[in-house]
Design a protein around this ligand. Structure first.
Ligand SMILES: Nc1ncnc2c1ncn2[C@@H]1O[C@H](COP(=O)(O)OP(=O)(O)OP(=O)(O)O)[C@@H](O)[C@H]1O
Ligand SMILES: [Mg+2]
Length: 322
C-alpha cells in the first residue's frame, strides 16, 4: 500500500493500562496479586492497532511521557506503526484496573499524567503540518488532558482543513471541534445526548439529531454507536442501522475505537455505505469478543461481516421489528 494511504491517528491523552487480578480484593488489607499485565492504551493508539492488524498502515501522533515510553515503542515496532508522538517530560499516566473475578468487580486507580505544555502543543502542530503534506486520513480520538484548552481539537480540525478527519471525542472538546467541520464524527449515544442537550429515547430521535449534525459545518458523515444495539450511520441521503449479532462479550474496552478503525479502513477501500457499516461493525464485534486492542484473524472479521444486519432506517426505525 502506498505511503499516502497511511492513516494518522492522534492521541493527546494516552494511558498505560495495568490490569491486576486479585481474587477477593479488600481495601485496608494485604492483597496478593495473581497476575498482572501492562498494555499501551489511548484511543488513537487503539485505532492504529486495529488498522495495522487489518493490514492498513498507520502512523501515531500525539503525546507520550518520555520516562515510560518503552512499552509503546515495543508495541509500535511489533505492529509496524510509525511513531511521530511528541515526548513530554514525565510519565504517561497509568490506569490500574484491579479485577476481582471472585466478587465480579473492578476497582480503578488512575494516576495523574504528564501535562503537555505550550511548547509540546506547538511541536505536535508542527508534526501534524508535516504529516498533512503526505497523508489524507486523520483520526482524532479520546479525551483532552487536564489543563489543556478544550479548543485543541477545533484547532486540529482547522489545521487539517480539506483532509479526511474523523473525530471521536466528547464534551466541550467535541462541541467546539464540530464547528470546524471534521469529515466524520463518531459520538456514542451518551455523547450525542450531551451534545444535543436532550435525552434521545427513540431511534427516530437519534436519527433526527444525527442527520441534523451531518448537515452542519461541512460534516459528511455521522456514526452514532450504541453498544450492543449497534450503530447508526448517516452519510449523504443514506441512513443505515448496523445491528451486530449477539456475541459473548469479553471486554468492551476499545469497541468504539474498533468501529472508527473499521470505518476508515472501509472508506480507504472505497466501500459503499452499507458495506462500510458492515465492515466497521465486524471490527467492533471482533474487538468485544476478545481482550486487548487488536483484531483476531482477517478471516474472523470477514466471517463477522456476514452476521451484521443492515437496515435502512428510512424504511424501518426499529432494528428489532420485521
Ligand atoms: N455488547 C456488545 N455486543 C455486540 N457488539 C457490541 C457490544 N458493545 C459494543 N459493540 C459494538 O461496538 C460498537 C461501539 O461500541 P460503543 O457504542 O460501546 O462505543 P463507545 O461507547 O464509543 O466505546 P469506547 O469505550 O471504545 O469509546 C457498537 O456500535 C457495536 O457494533
Ligand atoms: Mg467512544
Amino acid at each position: 500500500m502506498s505511503q499516502a494511504a497511511r492513516v494518522v491517528t492522534v492521541t493527546i491523552n494516552p494511558t498505560i493500562d495495568q490490569t491486576i487480578a486479585i481474587p477477593n480484593f479488600t481495601a485496608g488489607a494485604v492483597n496478593r496479586v495473581q497476575s498482572s499485565q501492562l498494555d499501551p492504551g489511548g484511543k488513537g493508539i487503539n485505532v492504529a492497532s486495529f488498522l495495522s492488524d487489518y493490514g492498513q498502515p498507520a502512523t501515531v501522533a500525539g503525546f507520550l511521557g518520555a520516562d515510560n515510553d518503552e512499552i509503546f515503542r515495543r508495541f509500535f515496532a511489533r505492529k509496524g506503526i510509525d511513531d511521530r508522538c511528541v515526548r513530554v517530560a514525565g510519565q504517561t499516566r497509568i490506569c490500574v484496573k484491579v479485577v476481582d473475578e471472585a466478587r465480579q468487580q473492578t476497582t480503578d486507580i488512575n494516576f495523574p499524567g504528564q501535562a503537555p505544555g505550550p511548547a509540546d502543543v506547538e511541536r505536535l502542530f508542527g508534526i501534524l503540518g508535516e504529516l498533512a503534506a503526505a497523508h489524507e486520513w486523520f483520526v482524532l480520538s479520546g479525551s483532552i488532558p487536564a489543563g489543556m484548552s478544550p479548543g485543541i481539537y477545533r484547532r486540529m480540525v482547522t489545521a487539517l482543513a480539506g483532509k479526511k478527519v474523523v473525530l471521536d471525542t466528547s464534551g466541550e472538546g467535541f462541541r467546539q471541534a464540530v464547528t470546524a467541520g471534521p469529515w466524520l464524527v463518531k459520538p456514542n449515544l451518551d455523547e450525542l445526548q450531551e451534545f444535543a442537550g436532550e435525552r434521545l429515547d427513540t431511534p427516530a430521535a437519534i436519527v433526527r439529531v444525527a442527520r441534523a449534525l451531518a448537515g452542519q459545518h461541512g460534516i459528511a458523515g455521522v456514526v452514532v454507536s450504541m453498544g450492543k444495539e449497534g450503530a447508526i450511520f448517516v452519510e449523504g441521503e443514506e441512513t443505515l442501522w448496523a445491528v451486530p449479532p449477539a456475541v459473548a462479550v469479553k471486554s468492551t474496552v476499545g469497541a468504539g475505537d474498533a468501529l472508527a478503525a473499521g470505518i476508515v479502513a472501509s472508506k480507504i477501500r472505497g466501500l459503499a455505505p452499507a458495506e462500510c457499516a458492515r465492515l466497521a461493525t465486524a471490527f467492533a464485534t471482533s474487538a468485544v469478543a476478545r481482550i486487548g486492542s487488536g483484531l483476531p484473524s482477517l478471516e474472523a472479521v470477514q466471517a463477522g461481516m456476514a452476521q451484521v444486519t443492515i437496515r435502512d432506517v428510512r424504511l424501518s426505525e426499529d432494528p428489532h421489528e420485521d
